[in-house]
Design a protein around this ligand. Structure first.
Ligand SMILES: C[S@@+](CC[C@H](N)C(=O)[O-])C[C@H]1O[C@@H](n2cnc3c(N)ncnc32)[C@H](O)[C@@H]1O
Length: 200
């Protein structure tokens, strides 16, 4: 008799996390297997950490580790690109982390980069007016593109935010090699829906 693999239950965002009264929500976009997500959730139990990751096997590994670690404030869901933010209400995210997004260094592949105008707009929609977007990459051309895409409607703020952080998995690897990642923390200049740069 053929054995049938049990159906994989699809991880979902806990509905309670999206209520206005919920603890602050942070997104780790491209969370890999959750090194940063789980480390931050351990350090900051009063915050909900949601990982969004393209690869479902990584999502499962991350959630299995969260379960083993007894972390009720960490969860990963599968999603790709700007559309992965559609389930999130407007102004629901306190901090949005994008660390070492795939750089697609060949010029002909640059269109595959996740950080593009549509993505920036989607992040802006879900981010609170007092929220922060934190970007980190080892790829300078990509970093300059991030700066250009956020130049008109965002303002830089200090990277250090007076709380403890853990390194992401890729950050750890790069630092071990003696490399310094490019980093940028940003706040939106205008409330969502009042994008003045479009009115000019
Ligand atoms: C280079 S790794 C960085 C992982 C982690 N953020 C870190 O700093 O250690 C990029 C991660 O983003 C995921 N990813 C790539 N493109 C994506 C997309 N369009 N949407 C969601 N996740 C994506 C990859 O599967 C991978 O886990």
């Amino acid at each position: 008799m053929d054995s049938v693999a049990p159906a994989r239950s699809i991880p979902q965002i806990p509905p309670d996390w999206l209520k206005p009264s919920a603890p602050p929500l942070e997104i780790d976009f491209g969370c890999h297997r959750g090194a940063f997500l789980l480390g931050m959730a351990t350090l900051h139990p009063g915050v909900h950490f949601l990982g969004i990751e393209k690869q479902s096997d990584r999502v499962d590994k991350c959630n299995a580790r969260a379960l083993r670690m007894g972390l009720a404030n960490a969860r990963a869901v599968q999603g790709t690109g700007a559309g992965a933010l559609d389930p999130l209400p407007d102004s629901s995210v306190a901090i949005f982390h994008l660390s070492f997004p795939d750089p697609w260094p060949k010029r002909r592949h640059a269109a595959r980069r996740v950080f593009q105008e549509e993505f920036v707009q989607a992040v802006r929609r879900v981010l609170r007016a007092d929220g922060t977007l934190r970007l980190m990459t080892d790829n300078e051309p990509y970093f300059r593109e991030m700066e250009a895409l956020t130049h008109a409607d965002w303002t830089a703020c200090p990277w250090e935010d007076a709380r403890e952080h853990v390194e992401t998995a890729f950050e750890k690897t790069f630092r071990r090699l003696g490399l310094q990642p490019f980093r940028l923390a940003l706040r939106p200049l205008f409330p969502h829906g009042e994008n003045e740069s479009l009115d000019r």
